[in-house]
Design a protein around this ligand. Structure first.
Ligand code: NI
Length: 177
């Protein structure tokens, strides 16, 4: 498998709506998922969506295990999520700082639904159905946005809360991304 180049904001492929996966358990899908994991881990990310490596399919991966980019965040189980559908539970939103491997070196304060249900499939076609909250819910919303061509800066309500990580959080041990 391979570490792939991550597209950066400005590349039009990040603005496209990705297509559903129609065949599961295939070598091509398994290779895509492996590349997503390899690339995400290499860059110390919390998640990665297929469009970020130039593949226009509705596939995301995410995992948070005390990630240095999110020192306050609770852990999130390693998940491959394909053809996801999100349903917010309630109207409550909360602001949280986000970064993105396609927007390196920056952070922004982004409102997300506090609680939601997500359904979708794993790489073998098995069904995933979870109700989550907090940082787990935030990560899923961020990654699934990528499948609809949305990068987090478009979600920021107050652009004074958007800037370079080292300027926003001087001296904090956040990994450069
Ligand atoms: Ni991202």
């Amino acid at each position: 498998m391979a570490i792939r180049d991550v597209l950066k904001m400005g590349d039009p492929r990040l603005l496209a709506v990705a297509a559903p996966v129609e065949a599961f358990g295939t070598p091509a899908l398994d290779a895509l998922v492996a590349d997503l994991w390899d690339t995400m881990h290499h860059l110390d990310g919390a998640g990665l969506a297929a469009p970020q490596i130039g593949v226009g399919l509705r596939v995301v991966v995410f995992a948070v295990d005390r990630n240095p980019r999110y020192p306050e965040a609770e852990s999130v189980p390693a998940t491959v999520l394909i053809n996801p559908v999100l349903t917010p539970i309630g109207d409550a939103q909360e602001d949280g700082w986000e970064g993105c491997l396609s927007v390196p070196g920056l952070r922004g304060l982004v409102p997300r639904y506090r609680r939601l249900r997500y359904v979708g499939c794993g790489a073998d076609g098995s069904r995933i159905d979870r109700t989550v909250s907090g940082f787990h819910a935030r990560v899923v919303q961020h990654e699934v946005d990528h499948l609809d061509g949305i990068l987090y800066p478009r979600r920021i309500r107050d652009l004074t809360q958007f800037g370079f990580t080292d300027a926003l959080f001087p001296g904090e041990a956040l990994a450069a991304d």
